[in-house]
Design a protein around this ligand. Structure first.
Ligand code: ZN
Length: 208
């Protein structure tokens, strides 16, 4: 999973809630207002106010990358309506499913008045629903499936999982913009023509 933590983006906290209320109860309930920052801990559910969150450079890079499908609208929906998940290793994430696609949004610093969206990605949970959604075409669905497969076992070569996929619009993974034809057990970079079978090589080998 893409969970490299980038530095906080300076000046991107416009509209951030700083309304700490002295004496607000600790252990805020899910859905509590942003006024409950006082005495929050890392395990308190993050606030459901999208305007309270800044974005890391890591996240902002990804929003603009072709084939990633995480949008600011999706982030907003996930924070307001998404299912909250806590893990002791990864902290808090919001998961929001729409048109068969799950948007996973990872947040940090949620116990502070300056929470941040660290990273996000998409997963296909219902291929049929995704394919019939107006916003996605077959290539979009294939792209999300292929990216998930590469990320799930990033250190491994996965030719058998790449082979059935067909993605003719290049999408960015690591340093490369890749596509693949059905039957090929690799993705190929549109810029350097390199062939890759794992996410690890895509993220460590330079392009051109
Ligand atoms: Zn390349």
């Amino acid at each position: 999973m893409d969970q490299v933590v980038a530095s906080r983006r300076d000046g991107s906290g416009a509209g951030k809630a700083l309304d700490i209320v002295p004496g607000a109860p600790a252990g805020a309930n899910e859905g509590a207002s942003s006024a409950s920052h006082a005495r929050r801990s890392a395990v308190d559910p993050p606030v459901r106010d999208p305007t309270a969150y800044a974005f890391t450079d890591h996240f902002l890079d990804r929003v603009t990358q072709p084939g990633r499908y995480v949008t600011f609208d999706a982030v907003r929906e996930a924070i307001v309506h998404g299912q909250l998940r806590w893990s002791t290793t990864d902290g808090w994430r919001f998961a929001y499913t729409d048109d068969g696609v799950r948007y996973v949004i990872v947040v940090e610093d949620t116990e502070t008045p300056s929470p941040v969206v660290v990273t996000g990605w998409t997963e296909i949970v219902d291929p049929e629903a995704a394919r019939t959604a107006r916003r996605f075409d077959a290539t979009d669905v294939e792209t999300i499936e292929l990216r998930s497969a590469l990320s799930a076992r990033s250190e491994e070569r996965i030719p058998d999982e790449i082979r059935p996929r067909e993605v003719d619009r290049p999408f960015t993974v690591g340093n490369h913009r890749v596509r693949t034809d059905i039957g090929d057990g690799y993705v190929v970079c549109a810029d350097c023509n390199g062939r890759f079978r794992s996410k690890a090589t895509l993220t460590t080998r330079h392009c051109r």
